[in-house]
Design a binder for this molecule. Structure first.
Ligand code: 13P
Length: 245
């Protein structure tokens, strides 16, 4: 088993927001610390303009196919050519807006890993599942779909983000205890499949901000965050990075 070398990570997910002017303020002013992995997952049109920033480049999705007749889609090799290192896969907004099934999500994870990039695989339950206290079962099913297609090795090269849907963009953050409970469950299950899960960066996402980040990140199995709204404000994002470092 490898030594436990988990480094905190803060990844911003701009979603379909921002502008070239906002990006310039990040490339000019965001300073990363070597103690954490700082990633910005940008809208695809902005990726070329971001290469000089002091952060790793992330994309928000890619095709499960390597190339071909898929109008409007973006291949992993194209993203790799732009210097992208991380790709968010299976965000709940893509699962909802684009009807991405667990199987499509798993195929995308495999495509990203095959290209030597790192998927940030998103899992998380809707409100009614949380209210029925079935969140662990729900998340496990999402992870099992990936395991079935990718095998246990996907854990060697994958970041996992737990993003309860009821907490995304709602200002209703999971409490540190709620988040840690699911993170611990995820790590325990992954460890049954692959001992390298001890090193897997598990991020929490859902209304993380400069005020609540520290309490969330203080937990044993929360290795950082996937940040939506607060990643669009330079000062807030920098403060969240500081809370992780
Ligand atoms: P918010 O931080 O805006 O809740 O979004 C979280 C998210 O979906 C990150 O991927």
């Amino acid at each position: 088993m490898m030594a436990n070398v988990r480094k905190p990570m803060v990844a911003g997910n701009w979603k379909m927001n921002g502008s070239l002017a906002l990006l310039k303020s990040f490339t000019d002013s965001l300073e990363s610390s070597s103690t954490i992995d700082t990633v910005l997952c940008l809208p695809a049109p902005y990726l070329t303009a971001a290469s000089k920033g002091d952060f790793a480049l992330g994309a928000q999705d890619c095709s499960q196919f390597e190339s071909g007749a898929h109008t409007g889609d973006i291949s992993v090799s194209m993203l790799k050519e732009l210097g992208v290192e991380y790709i968010i896969i299976g965000h709940s907004e893509r699962r909802q807006d684009h009807a991405e099934s667990n199987i499509v999500v798993a195929e995308k994870v495999q495509t990203v890993i095959n290209a030597g990039l790192i998927p940030i695989l998103c899992v998380g339950e809707p409100l009614e599942v949380r209210e029925a206290n079935q969140q662990n079962e729900f998340v496990l099913e999402q992870l099992q779909a990936v395991q079935t297609i990718c095998g246990n090795e996907f854990i060697d090269n994958c970041v996992i983000a737990y993003e309860p849907i009821w907490a995304i963009g709602t200002g209703k953050t999971a409490s540190p205890e709620q988040a840690q409970e699911v993170h611990k469950f995820i790590r325990t299950e992954l460890l049954k499949w692959n001992s390298n899960a001890a090193n897997t960066q598990l991020l929490y996402g859902g209304s993380v901000n400069a005020s609540n980040a520290e309490a969330l990140f203080a937990n044993e199995d929360i290795d950082g965050g996937l940040i939506g709204g607060a990643s669009l404000k330079l000062e807030d994002f920098a403060a969240i990075c500081k809370a992780a470092g």
